[in-house]
Design a protein around this ligand. Structure first.
Ligand code: DAH
Length: 343
């Protein structure tokens, strides 16, 4: 019988056994499988040498090769079981849960001062029968400006103030476009507020941010007068800043209202005498407001002969800063939980 074939075969089996002993993971096992039993493996290579074996020896050699194949196959299987078991044991050890350990504390956040102020505003206006609606932050120039009576050459449209997406689309600079959207829907009368984020191309400082929040208000009905505006906003001011709060309306200009005003509240720190908080004025500016301009009503499909209305816009951060006596707006955007937990 051909002894070189037998020696080679023994060597293959021995080497396979060595490698299997060392194999520590399924990949290593697979390497042995491919290198020994595979299509281009050592056993197939060996069989190529059969040509040189004497014909009478070939069946014997063939039987030996088969035996070797079975043996290596069985050993791979066995080693696989061991490795799988080891993997499982390692996992069980690594993933053990000690149910007797105290739970790690879940960090919960805190409502943001803006959110607290907003919820208070919503409570007040919902209590007066208003609906709360939202509009898009990315807005048509048409709604942000044109339908609010803001002409193409108005300074607010300057690129220094407004973020333009393209010539027709802006990041809304105010929540007022929601007025136009709501009026266009018809379905009168309207009593709505619309809170949301607005954007202006401002540098960050203690009182400015390129992104802040406003709450818009709009009332449209028959026979709405400036007295309704004053009564509503006075009630709002007393709810937010306390029952002794007085209000004052100063003439102002907004393109979408006529007449327009700014509302001041008496300083809730000094009661109006003048202090550091109100910079000696006794009054604090709170919001812009006015009677909806007839041209705006018309552009939004409402007959100004039949309906009138008032509108207002409040800076939410401004209310939060005043109410909680925070002197730097940047604190509102840092989301430091130690700061937020104070409110
Ligand atoms: N949109 C105005 C602003 O951003 C605020 C405002 C003023 C809104 C008067 C109104 C209003 O609805 O009537 O400065």
């Amino acid at each position: 019988m051909d002894s070189t074939m037998k020696e080679k075969l023994d060597a293959i089996v021995r080497e396979a056994e060595e490698k299997l002993k060392k194999a520590a993971d399924p990949d290593a096992l697979n390497d042995v499988r491919v290198n020994v039993l595979g299509k281009k493996g050592a056993l197939k290579e060996l069989m190529k040498g059969m040509k040189s074996v004497a014909p009478e020896d070939r069946p014997k050699i063939g039987a030996l090769v088969n035996e070797a194949r079975d043996r290596v196959t069985a050993q791979i299987e066995e080693r696989k079981k061991e490795i799988d078991l080891k993997i499982m044991e390692d996992r069980l050890a690594a993933e053990t849960i000690d149910v007797t350990l105290p739970a790690s504390k879940a960090e919960i956040g805190h409502r943001h001062p803006n959110q607290i102020a907003l919820e208070e505003l919503e409570r007040i206006f919902i209590g007066m029968g208003y609906e709360v609606i939202e509009g898009p932050e990315v807005e048509w120039d048409e709604y942000n400006f044109t339908k609010l009576n803001i002409p193409p050459n108005h300074p607010a449209k300057d690129e220094q103030d407004t973020f333009y997406i393209n010539k027709d689309i802006v990041l809304r600079t105010q929540t007022s476009p929601v007025q136009a959207r709501r009026m266009e829907q018809g379905n009168l009368p309207i009593r709505m507020i619309s809170p949301g984020r607005v954007f202006r191309s401002d540098e960050v400082d203690a009182t400015h941010s390129p992104s802040f929040h406003q709450v818009e208000g709009l009332v449209i009905d028959k026979n709405i007068t400036f007295a309704d505006l004053k009564g509503t906003l006075d009630k709002f001011a007393k709810e937010v800043f306390g029952p002794d709060t007085k209000t004052k309306f100063r003439p102002h200009h907004f393109p979408f209202t006529e007449p327009s005003a700014e509302m001041d509240v008496s300083c809730f720190k000094c009661g109006g005498k003048g202090c550091r908080f109100c910079k000696g004025e006794g009054w604090i500016e709170i919001l812009g407001c006015g009677m909806v301009h007839p041209h705006v009503l018309e552009m939004c499909g409402i007959d100004p002969e039949e309906y009138t209305g008032f509108a207002f816009g409040v800076g939410l951060e401004r209310i939060a800063l005043l109410k909680y006596e925070i002197d730097d707006m940047r604190l509102l955007y840092e989301n430091d939980i130690r700061f937020l937990k104070q409110f």
